[in-house]
Design a protein around this ligand. Structure first.
Ligand SMILES: Cc1cc2nc3c(=O)[nH]c(=O)nc-3n(C[C@H](O)[C@H](O)[C@H](O)COP(=O)(O)OP(=O)(O)OC[C@H]3O[C@@H](n4cnc5c(N)ncnc54)[C@H](O)[C@@H]3O)c2cc1C
Length: 213
């Protein structure tokens, strides 16, 4: 088996309703099975073989909050709170990464053309929201930001399994911000589909077919 990194798939080729390969930036690869795991770009790739997927990229920003007087060896734990609409995780003793859980902070974006930084006012707002819960963050100031995106689906759950519209096409995308947690089990299940042609029934809720008429 060869793992060929940094090779972009431009098109999924099909013939008589089944996958026959992919067109890449460095030529065609014949393949009886294609797994579309292209994250926020998965919908574009799926559209090339008329197997559209409802996956949309949404902007996700994290403010870097820097404490003036950190308490060595006493970091806060990772923390998430829907009510106040934020989560944080410790980085160095003086730095916390603060993200938002408020829907208003995650507008749709184009993953190929987006503003890579938060503006200062928004970073401050994120830090202040966390400081209302944790007093030690009250002297924190914004020290930069990171911007990335989720690949969201309409029901906020991943799309994983065979695509019934095209034989040989498997989807593992639309992870909707839960991808790290799910990745091991999805990897196992996709290997089971390829090996044994079936997936564990417990993952039925993630089937592509829930979005098809
Ligand atoms: C701020 C933030 C916080 C998060 N926190 C958590 C958390 O606490 N817990 C959790 O479980 N998850 C979390 N997530 C979500 C998690 O990061 C994602 O769900 C996960 O990374 C998705 O993995 P993926 O492999 O499906 O997609 P991606 O990581 O997006 O990978 C897709 C890959 O496909 C490649 N690709 C795209 N198009 C093509 C193409 N045409 N040809 C070839 N390659 C292509 C891309 O280059 C990319 O490498 C967070 C995400 C963000 C942004």
């Amino acid at each position: 088996m060869v793992i060929d990194e940094c090779r972009a798939a431009h098109r999924i080729h099909t013939k008589n309703g089944r996958v026959i390969g992919v067109e890449t930036d460095r030529g065609r690869i014949d393949a009886p099975i294609v797994i579309n795991a292209a994250g926020p770009w998965a919908a574009n790739l799926a559209a090339t073989c008329d197997a559209n997927l409802p996956i949309f990229a949404s902007r996700q920003s994290v403010a870097i909050c820097r404490l003036k007087s950190p308490i060595e060896d006493e970091r806060l734990p990772g923390y998430s709170e829907r009510g106040s609409g934020f989560y944080l995780r410790p980085d160095t003793p003086s730095v916390y990464m603060v993200g938002s859980l408020a829907p208003d902070d995650s507008e749709p974006i184009d993953p190929d053309a987006f503003r890579p930084r938060m503006d200062g006012a928004t970073s401050r707002r994120y830090c202040e929201r966390a400081a209302q819960r944790f007093r030690r963050l009250s002297d924190a100031s914004p020290g930069g930001s990171r911007v990335s995106f989720f690949d969201d689906t309409p029901d906020g759950n991943p799309i994983v399994g065979v695509d019934p519209r095209v034989d040989g096409l498997i989807v593992a995308a639309g992870l909707s911000g839960h991808g790290f947690k799910f990745a091991p089990v999805f990897g196992q299940e996709i290997a089971a589909i390829i090996d044994a042609g079936r997936m564990d029934g417990d993952l039925d809720q993630f089937k592509v077919s829930r979005f098809l008429d």
